[in-house]
Write a new protein. Structure first.
Length: 399
């Protein structure tokens, strides 16, 4: 590990150079190479260092930066480099001890100060290169959002998305060039005609209002949130299945027999650190899973078309496995023989044949075996009666 990092990742705001700390100014004065976006370089005072403009797209500049390894290099980034910033993107290319960071004030902090909103109760999103549907799970009356946007044109797209979701009454404050002398605030409603030429860098502070349908926080979201051909784990059983899967931070799920993708999508909605792979043999259903995930704003979902266990070869190893379709003795044998001890497995059976497979597996391996029988009130003649669903047998075990 080098004694002195060769790279300084320096956060810069629109108020540079006056807003830079003494440590940041000293790093710039000592640097041999300063590399950053043209806009950032234009904010700096005259330097002895060679100034290198970071190309677009961002990834094209990484090898250039790494080529300066061993020299005194400053990499410029907006605000706090490790909060939806360029710093995090560099970490896979650097070893411990190669860098230090001198963060500036984040755009989120600037925006919260302008709006008078406490950051701890405000949702924050970086949507420079991500779809607006990432907001879907956060949209509910009274929720406050600060959203970093790609450019000024994205303000109109944001308004259109909110209107389409039923939140046209939301108040939007468009905040341009925060922290600098050209800072400007424009207040509007999402359902107003959004005009104007908004300058980069731009973000939006949103107070959600309207008649849209909020996505519940608990597992077992209503079935209507998922487009389906009827092949899906229904709401009450899904809630019990997610409880049995018990997602934990940074875990990866295999959802075998994805159907509509409801299990994998609800797994991902539990925490932003989670990831999942769903395996579905029907191409139309696989496409529907992808569409459902996009509509509900989740990523980190890999959709694999194929039949398990053959389709499981080479996939990222899971911490947890759910078998909702294609249950067979051969599949359970493959899971038992190929996945490490400690992997959690939950399997649901609805047919007598698949139920027999789980009964045998429970006898051999133990775990918890649960029979789920549900009935809903339905019209019966002039009154009401209970209409029973097919019973579900659920087996959960730790390998």
């Amino acid at each position: 590990m080098p004694d002195t990092p060769w790279l300084t990742i320096l956060g810069i705001g629109e108020d540079a150079p006056e807003g830079l700390s003494r440590a940041s100014l000293a790093a710039l004065e000592d640097a041999e190479i300063v590399m950053g976006a043209a806009r950032h370089l234009s904010l700096l005072p005259p330097l002895r260092a060679d100034c290198v403009t970071w190309p677009v797209p961002f990834a094209d500049g990484i090898e250039t930066l790494l080529g300066y390894r061993g020299r005194r290099v400053v990499m410029l980034a907006s605000g706090d480099p490790f909060w939806f910033g360029a710093g995090g993107s560099m970490m896979r290319h650097l070893a411990p001890g190669e860098w230090r960071t001198l963060p500036g004030v984040s755009t989120f902090s600037h925006a919260a100060g302008v709006m008078g909103w406490p950051l701890e109760t405000t949702r924050r999103f970086g949507l420079h290169a991500a779809p607006l549907s990432r907001l879907r799970s956060a949209l509910a009356p009274g929720v406050r959002l600060i959203v970093l946007l790609r450019d000024g044109a994205a303000v109109s797209s944001l308004s259109q998305y909110l209107v389409a979701q039923g939140w046209g009454a939301s108040a939007i404050s468009v905040l341009e060039s925060l922290g600098g002398p050209n800072m400007r605030r424009s207040d509007l409603r999402a359902d107003e005609s959004v005009g104007g030429d908004y300058a980069h860098p731009v973000c939006a502070a949103i107070e959600v209002a309207g008649t849209g349908i909020a996505l519940p926080l608990a597992s077992g979201r209503p079935d209507a949130f998922f487009d389906s051909d009827g092949t899906m784990t229904k709401q009450p059983v899904r809630a019990m299945t997610l409880s049995a899967l018990a997602p934990r931070p940074f875990e990866h799920l295999w959802d075998i027999g994805g159907g509509s993708g409801s299990i994998a999508i609800e797994w991902l909605l539990s925490d932003p650190s989670l990831s999942a792979t769903t395996i579905e043999q029907n191409p139309a259903r696989a496409a529907r899973i992808t569409a459902n995930a996009a509509a509900l704003g989740v990523d980190r979902l890999q959709v694999v078309e194929g039949v398990a266990p053959a389709a499981l070869q080479g996939l990222t190893r899971p911490d947890c496995v759910f078998v909702g379709g294609g249950l067979s003795q051969a599949l359970l044998d493959w899971i038992d023989g190929n996945l490490p001890a400690g992997t959690r497995l939950v399997a649901n059976a609805v047919t007598l044949e698949s139920e027999a497979v789980l009964l045998k597996a429970h006898e051999r391996r133990g775990g918890d075996l649960l029979r789920i029988e549900l009935a809903r009130a339905a019209p019966l003649g002039s009154g009401r009666g209970w209409k029973a669903s097919y019973p579900i047998v659920q087996w959960s075990v730790t390998l």
